[in-house]
Ligand binder design. Structure first.
Ligand SMILES: NC(=O)c1ccc[n+]([C@@H]2O[C@H](COP(=O)([O-])OP(=O)(O)OC[C@H]3O[C@@H](n4cnc5c(N)ncnc54)[C@H](OP(=O)(O)O)[C@@H]3O)[C@@H](O)[C@H]2O)c1
Length: 372
């Protein structure tokens, strides 16, 4: 546990996945987790030039929730100026018009309004695990996503090299097309003490190792979006120099993001077809279930809730009983009953074969994209 307390974890790239993983890490080592919602809109005050400063109410004060806001509005509270100064500028970090968009409703790069909604709900995880928020660092060219990290009292910068200087575990969380340039920028600062963890889709371990100094410990992970609600599924693959201990530490860090399984790198594309994209198949199934119920006369809101709970419960039963899904399905079927009649309809619609084709199509697409 002591190791987690002292561990310094950095993120190069601070978007959706980085913040989802960071929040899981903030809960690492904690037996339970608490979800806090707040309605206050954090202010952009506190950013002065290249200094990232933020004054936050501590959890023990007030209501117990974090209420970031303008320094002036909480002047009765102790102030904690940040001590993390950017030294260099990276890439395109000139302040852009979008940086002034209000938080948390500002659309991030590549974020659809839909996924942004999911992300706004995860601004609220209380960082009360063993990893210290002050030991989490994040870099990005603009402030738009760094705000989330500041909300948790993490340290932020526009300088990627500062992440290497301060952290031993470094997550690479930029879009894949940006990553080669980032790797070239940081390569000279990467040492044997670092464990570099890439979450960029399609960037292979071989490509990562080629762009980093020989002997670098590299891990590749593929999380999925439900990490934001601690119900994600992540596959980890290790590079040639990463060892058992590195994987164990990563798994411990990600223990609150959901499931984390190690496998050969070839499983990562399959995982994309099964789980990364699989989330969307499940949404489509939930939608269809709910619409069936609406057709039969149930109000939409109730039908959607029950459809979601049905998927959640079914998944939980598979995980907790360890039974094959076919065994559980068969247990629901009373001879001549409702379920077997419904399953016959699903078989007529080739549900199984269609879903298998979908997993194959997404996996093949992930492999193709990875080769580009
Ligand atoms: N979203 C998913 O469901 C998912 C699932 C599995 C894996 N992934 C992988 O996770 C990675 C991140 O995805 P995301 O959805 O989190 O993307 P995102 O929300 O667009 O975040 C990308 C981040 O990279 C930052 N960035 C851009 N150029 C940079 C540079 N030169 N140096 C440092 N940071 C830079 C951006 O900065 P600004 O904040 O200034 O824009 C932003 O914070 C991708 O490689 C993706 O393939 C995503």
């Amino acid at each position: 546990m002591e190791k987690l307390r002292q561990l310094r974890v950095g993120f190069i790239g601070a978007g959706r996945m980085a913040s989802a993983v960071a929040q899981a890490i903030l809960l690492a080592g904690k037996a339970g987790a608490s979800l806090l919602r707040h309605t206050e809109t954090p202010s952009r005050e506190g950013h002065r030039g290249r200094w990232h400063q933020k004054w936050l109410r501590t959890p023990s004060e007030g209501t117990g929730s974090f209420s970031p806001g303008p320094a002036s509005s909480i002047s009765h509270l102790p102030r904690q100026p940040r001590q993390f100064q950017s030294q260099n500028q990276v890439g395109n970090q000139t302040k852009r018009a979008e940086d002034n968009l209000p938080f948390p409703g500002n659309p991030g790069v590549g974020s659809t309004p839909h996924t942004q909604t999911s992300c706004s709900k995860m601004e609220c995880w209380r960082p009360d695990g063993e990893v210290q928020a002050v030991n989490i660092f994040a870099s990005a060219p603009s402030n738009r996503n760094l705000e989330k990290f500041q909300t948790f009292e993490c340290k932020t910068t526009h300088c990627n090299l500062e992440i290497l200087e301060n952290c031993t575990i470094v997550f690479l969380a930029t879009k894949p097309d940006v990553l080669p340039a980032v790797l070239r920028e940081i390569a000279s600062a990467v040492t044997k003490k670092h464990v570099v963890v890439s979450m960029a889709a399609g960037v292979t371990l071989q490509a990562l190792e080629e762009l980093l100094p020989a002997g670098t410990k590299v891990l590749r992970i593929m999380p999925n979006l439900p990490c934001v609600v601690q119900a994600g599924a992540t596959v980890v693959a290790r590079g040639t120099c990463a060892d058992e201990e590195d994987v164990a530490l990563l798994k411990r860090l990600l223990s609150h993001s959901g499931l984390c399984e190690e496998g050969p790198e070839s499983y990562i594309d399959i995982h994309t077809g099964l789980s990364g994209s699989g989330v969307a198949y499940a949404y489509m199934f939930a939608e269809a279930l709910a619409e069936g119920a609406v057709k039969m006369g149930m109000p939409t809101a109730m039908a959607q809730k029950i459809a979601a709970q049905t998927l959640l419960g079914a998944g939980k039963m598979i995980l907790e009983t360890g039974e094959h899904p076919a065994v559980l399905r068969s247990a629901v079927c009373t001879p001549g009953g409702t379920t077997i009649h419904a399953l016959h309809e699903l078989e007529k619609g080739s549900l199984r074969s269609t879903v298998m084709n979908a997993v194959e199509a997404a996996t093949s697409r992930a492999r193709t994209l990875g080769k580009r």
